[in-house]
Design a binder for this molecule. Structure first.
Ligand code: ADP
Length: 246
């Protein structure tokens, strides 16, 4: 029986009395690659923050690696890249190498570390202070940090917004490799429909509540999704998926 790394039951959440999440129940199994899509402001980031305990769930329950959120302590098993890097104090006197190393715990090998710096295109920046870098370079540093600890679960909230096409492709290929070869479970929030089609096997469409949850194939043919995207868009997304599986 596959293990659920994340599950929620009837999770609801309000900001100052305004409901943002309503009765969310879903599960992510070990080895899944889940894409979460939905309009801006539909509650995707809020859902992730509830799962990670950054926001306190107000109604319903969250289980992480099978444990109730309140008693879960093994946070090193999870790599998280937030949508905004505001959590990063860019005046902190830390080099790129030091920041990436912070994510590694004892698990990363030197080869893995160098490989990730290279794939993220920040090898040449490794001795630079984080505050001196551009936003895109800071984001690549945080991506590298989330990857180096070999987390069992990687949660990525719009991870490639500031990346150039080559680094973006490197990054997504790496997530595919991790999922495929190492069994890393991945939750990806993105607007990049091409990427969703290429990599995610499970899909959730969120708009305060779950409008769709199921396999990518069912997502492509679901009548609800035809209403949201129009059949032309779906054809493009599904076509890319078919190609990647060919
Ligand atoms: P998404 O990630 O899908 O774009 P969010 O989860 O960021 O959506 O936001 C969902 C809704 O909650 C939006 O209407 C947003 O304006 C609101 N919201 C997000 N963060 C806060 C906050 N800290 N305080 C009040 N409202 C918020």
């Amino acid at each position: 029986m596959p293990v659920n790394l994340i599950s929620t039951e009837d999770l609801s959440f309000c900001y100052n009395g305004t409901e943002v999440l309503r009765n969310i129940s879903f599960a992510v199994k070990k080895g899944d690659y889940l894409g979460i899509v939905g309009p801006n402001g539909s509650g995707k980031s809020t859902l992730i923050k509830n799962i990670l305990g950054i926001l306190q769930p107000q109604k319903g329950s969250v289980y992480v690696f099978g444990e109730p959120l309140a008693s879960f302590r093994q946070w090193a098993k999870i790599g998280y890249l937030p949508q905004r890097l505001s959590a990063l104090n860019t005046y902190f006197p830390c080099t790129v190498k030091e920041i990436v190393n912070l994510g590694s715990g004892a698990k990363a090998s030197m080869q893995n570390f160098d490989n990730i710096l290279r794939l993220m295109g920040i090898e040449h920046l490794s001795s630079r202070l984080i505050g001196e870098l551009s936003y895109g370079e800071q984001q690549r540093t945080m991506l590298a940090r989330a990857l180096t600890g070999n987390p069992d679960l990687l949660i990525l909230d719009e991870p490639t917004a500031a990346l150039d096409p080559e680094t973006r492709e490197n990054f997504y290929s790496l997530t595919h490799e991790l999922n495929h070869n190492q069994g890393t479970t991945i939750i990806l929030i993105t607007h990049d429909t091409g990427v969703i089609g290429k990599y995610a096997r499970q899909m959730i469409y969120l708009d305060k509540k779950i409008i769709f949850s199921g396999t990518f194939e069912d997502f492509c043919t679901s009548p609800e999704m035809t209403g949201f995207f129009g059949s032309g868009t779906q054809h493009i997304i599904c076509h890319q998926h078919d190609r990647s599986n060919a």
